[in-house]
Design a protein around this ligand. Structure first.
Ligand code: FE2
Length: 285
C-alpha cells in the first residue's frame, strides 16, 4: 500500500507559478517515487481483472463526434469506467490482444472510488503543488489512467483541457504524472508554450454533447515542443495550454495518471460534459 503521507509544511515557491503562467506548463522531475509509480500501475492491473470487456465496447477517440450518443461515456464522471483504443478490435468485434493491452484509459472518478488512487490523489504533496500553482482550496474534478498502448496507442489531437472542463472564473489545472518514461517514441506530450484564449468548448446538451467553436484557425503545430520526461515526473498543464500526443508506434507503453482540479471558490460549469450524481459530489482536499 501507499506509504503514509507526511504533513510537514513546506515553503511555497513563487517562481513555479510564474513559470507555469508564462509557459502554460511546469515540469517537476522526481515528483513521485518509482515505488509510487509501480503501486499505481499494480493497482490498475488489479482493477482490470474484474472488468469484462464483453460488456462494454466504449472507445475513446478525440474525434468530436465519437461520444455524442455514448451513454457509458456520458455517465462516467462518477464511476470507474473503461475505454478502449479504436484499433483494439478485429473486424468481427473481438479484441486483437488481451484486454490489458487494448484499453485507452480508465476514468473519471478513480480518485474518489478506489482507495489506492484516493490516497495518492489527495496526498499533501499534490495539495502543496496546487498551492504553488495558485489554487488555494483545490477540488478534484476528474482522474484518468492513460495507457498509450504499444503499437495501437492513438494520437490525441491538439487541444486545450479547458475546452472539456471549465470553471468561472477559470481556475482549472491539469496534473499529468508519468508512471513510465515518456519519449517521442512512445507518444510523450507535446505543447505550444503559450496560453491563448480557448478555441472551443465541449458542452453537454441533454443526453448528448457538442463542440461550440470560438476560433476555427489551426494550431501552429510546427512550434510544438516535446515534453519528454522520465518516470516519476509531474507535468502541470494550464487549462489553456495547447497540447497533444502522437500515436505510440513503439513497442513500449507510456502509462500516465492525470488529475484535473479547480479552486473550490470557482463555479463548476453546468455545461461541462462531465457531471456527477448527488451520491458523489466533488470533494475538496
Ligand atoms: Fe489534455
Amino acid at each position: 500500500m501507499m506509504s503514509k503521507p507526511t504533513l510537514a509544511a513546506k515553503p511555497v515557491n513563487a517562481k513555479k507559478k510564474e513559470t507555469f503562467e508564462r509557459n502554460g506548463y511546469l515540469l517537476l522531475e522526481n515528483f513521485i517515487s518509482e515505488e509510487e509509480c509501480d503501486q499505481l500501475r499494480e493497482r490498475i492491473h488489479y482493477l482490470m481483472q474484474d472488468f469484462n470487456p464483453n460488456e462494454v465496447r466504449s472507445i475513446f477517440d478525440t474525434n468530436p463526434d465519437t461520444h455524442t450518443s455514448d451513454k457509458y461515456f456520458m455517465d462516467s464522471g462518477d464511476k470507474i469506467s473503461f475505454f478502449f483504443e479504436k484499433d483494439a478490435f478485429c473486424e468481427d468485434g473481438s479484441l486483437k490482444q488481451s484486454k490489458e493491452r487494448s484499453l485507452n484509459k480508465i476514468g473519471h472518478a478513480l480518485h474518489d472510488l478506489d482507495p489506492v488512487f484516493e490516497t495518492f490523489s489527495y496526498s499533501p504533496k499534490i495539495k502543496h503543488l496546487t498551492l504553488e500553482l495558485g489554487i488555494a482550496n483545490p477540488t478534484i474534478l476528474q482522474s484518468m489512467y492513460i495507457f498509450k498502448q504499444p503499437e495501437i496507442g492513438g494520437e490525441v489531437d491538439c487541444h486545450q483541457d479547458g475546452s472539456f472542463l471549465i470553471s468561472e472564473p477559470d481556475s482549472v489545472v491539469g496534473l499529468w504524472f508519468a508512471l513510465e518514461d515518456a519519449t517521442k517514441e512512445n507518444g510523450c506530450l507535446w505543447a505550444l508554450p503559450e496560453v491563448p484564449p480557448l478555441k472551443s468548448h465541449y458542452v453537454r446538451k441533454d443526453n448528448s454533447t457538442e463542440f461550440i467553436y470560438y476560433d476555427n484557425s489551426p494550431w501552429n503545430l510546427k512550434d510544438m515542443i516535446a515534453l519528454e520526461v522520465p518516470k516519476g515526473t509531474a507535468i502541470a498543464l494550464h487549462s489553456r495550454l495547447p497540447h497533444m500526443s502522437f500515436a505510440n508506434t513503439s513497442g513500449k507503453s507510456r502509462h500516465a495518471y492525470t488529475l484535473h482540479l479547480m479552486d473550490s471558490s470557482s463555479r463548476y460549469s453546468e455545461q461541462n460534459w462531465l457531471q456527477r450524481g448527488d451520491h458523489l459530489p466533488f470533494r475538496k482536499f
